[in-house]
Design a protein around this ligand. Structure first.
Ligand code: ADP
Ligand code: MG
Length: 239
């Protein structure tokens, strides 16, 4: 008997996507293993956000397949995808879309309520881990940008997802806050063995990933360790 190989946390198979006549993705394949952190970089307009939208099931590819934890999801309808997403994925985007009428704790509990699984206590534990344990009953409106992004990270991990998708999660933060937020995201994801696909322009953040990919002309180019190291600034984030 052979031991079954665990499914990737997240997988794209030959994604093609165009907006009108402009093809943005020309057959993108990638996979992220449980506990693995993969960084994606690429010039502005190269399709990084489009790729994350497709991988997150917010849009469906014109061709190709999207798999979450061993299940193909691009063929499901919007409602079914939303339920699967709540149970299996965490999303952290640059502009932390918090629900302003819910408390901070309720925001973090949203994925748990949608998926009907998971431990509600975990939400409070995560808020404590991101340094906001005492703020759980406040409303998001009182928080700074960095604090809001820390709530978004706690929310992304609350449902113990197979994978977290992060699109320039520190792009709107100053350097000190960016480092803190990125550090928390990677630390918590690695602890929970969630795979992470992280779009970032920050070379030191990309260097702290297990693997770095580059999106160029609609295709994925894997960067070698040497290339990635050559672009690394002298002082790295997590050295
Ligand atoms: N909803 C959309 N409708 C039309 N064009 C879009 C849409 N979303 C993105 N694009 C175009 O697709 C290309 C890739 O965009 P995007 O994925 O946002 O790139 P990146 O995140 O790498 O900057 C750009 O040329 C952008 O203008
Ligand atoms: Mg983008």
């Amino acid at each position: 008997m052979t031991v079954p190989t665990p499914s990737p946390a997240l997988e794209a198979r030959q994604l093609h996507h165009a907006f009108g006549p402009a093809t943005v993705l020309h057959g993108v394949s990638l996979s992220v293993q449980p506990g693995e952190v993969v960084a994606v970089s690429g010039p502005s307009g190269s399709g990084k956000s489009t790729l994350l939208h497709l991988l997150g099931g917010l849009d469906v590819p014109q061709q190709g397949e999207v798999w979450w934890a061993g299940e193909r999801v691009d063929t499901l309808d919007t409602q079914a995808r939303a339920v699967r997403r709540a149970g299996r994925l965490g999303l952290v985007f640059q502009h932390h879309y918090l629900l302003e009428d819910l408390t901070i704790l309720q925001n973090v509990q949203v994925p748990l309520m949608l998926s009907g699984t998971g431990d509600p206590q975990h939400a409070q534990t995560l808020l404590k881990r991101v340094g906001l344990g005492e703020r759980s009953r406040e409303m998001p409106g009182v928080l700074s940008g960095g604090e809001r992004q820390r709530v978004a990270i706690a929310r992304a991990l609350a449902g113990q997802p197979a994978a977290v998708l992060a699109d320039e999660p520190t792009g709107s933060l100053d350097r000190a806050n960016a480092q803190r937020v990125a550090g928390l995201l990677l630390e918590l994801a690695r602890e929970q063995r969630a795979g992470v696909l992280l779009v970032t322009h920050d070379e030191s953040l990309a260097a702290s990933a297990d693997r770095a990919l580059h999106l160029l002309d609609g295709r994925i180019v894997e960067r070698t360790g040497e290339e990635a190291a050559g672009e690394r600034p002298a002082a790295t984030l997590f050295s």
